[in-house]
Design a protein around this ligand. Structure first.
Ligand code: ADP
Length: 265
């Protein structure tokens, strides 16, 4: 099958010069312009950039939710033509939990769709909720949980189906600063434990450096900087190494005296 065969060695995500242009009432917006990126198996990549720079559009194209109008997206070596729930799970800023389902039943949702027997579903869900500090909260409804707890349930729900790739779009963006820091280390431990490939969108430089094996800085729809983060985990917030990398990224971000959204009339 030309272009459709999976190879064992395929990198989980390959973006080949992808582009996306939106036509809007006030003109066309080149949201993403010729972005190329390869994400290796079990790598944690953070997509960093200011609001409106095209991060979510890139993530949406990897998820198969947004169709590129230039270039190609390969997921597990196969051209992406739409959502791929077998391989790819998503977590958004608003976890999107079902309000009528308990925490446990939210986590088991994807397993129900796959016909996994009830006892097994429960075992998998509890196995994810417990290390996330949600023991005793399984029967609570989303409205009874704090923002941080809701996002933990959302992450557990995404991981319940054992995806190869987890895409996270500002998953911690709505949390208070302290909960956000706590959730960053939780996310790191879950990733280390479960061994999936992660791509996280953020506009927080520290978050990008603390979590990423690699930080990809996007500005005006293009990759402005790609930098490896060779700092041993767990990383220490405020350590000289972390601070130096943050400084380097910030220098790039503000190099041209600020950033703007790319817009073509
Ligand atoms: P980010 O995630 O970095 O905030 P987005 O990918 O959401 O950026 O958006 C990039 C640009 O594309 C912005 O100018 C945004 O307004 C525009 N955009 C995103 N989605 C749409 C859409 N569905 N229709 C029109 N314009 C869009």
């Amino acid at each position: 099958m030309p272009g459709g065969a999976t190879t064992a060695a395929a990198d989980p995500i390959i973006l080949e010069a992808i582009g996306k242009r939106y036509e809007t009432a006030s003109g066309a917006v080149q949201a993403v312009d010729s972005v190329s990126l390869t994400v290796r198996a079990e790598e944690f990549v953070t997509l960093l950039g200011p609001s409106g720079c095209g991060k979510s559009t890139v993530l949406g194209m990897i998820a198969g939710l947004v169709r590129p109008d230039a270039g190609r997206v390969l997921v597990a070596g196969v051209p992406c033509v739409g959502p791929n729930p077998e391989q790819v799970a998503l977590v958004f800023q608003d976890g999107g939990l079902f309000p009528w389902r308990t925490a446990l039943d939210n986590v088991t949702f994807g397993l129900e769709l796959r016909g996994v027997p009830a006892a097994k579903r429960r075992e998998i869900a509890l196995g994810l909720l417990e290390p996330m500090g949600l023991r005793g909260f399984e029967r609570k409804y989303p409205r009874e949980l704090s923002g941080g707890m809701r996002q933990r349930v959302a992450i557990a729900r995404a991981l319940a189906v054992d995806p190869k790739i987890l895409l996270l779009d500002e998953p911690l963006g709505a949390l208070d600063a302290l909960t956000r820091i706590e959730m960053q280390s939780l996310l790191e431990s879950v990733w280390q434990e479960e061994g999936f490939t992660a791509v996280l969108v953020t506009h927080d430089v520290t978050e990008a450096v603390m979590l990423g094996d690699r930080v990809v800085l996007i500005e005006d729809g293009i990759v402005k900087l790609e930098v490896d983060v060779p700092i041993a985990r767990p990383r220490r917030r405020g350590s000289p190494q972390v601070a130096a990398l943050e400084e380097r990224i910030l220098r790039h971000l503000f190099a041209d005296g600020g950033y703007t959204q790319r817009s073509v009339a």
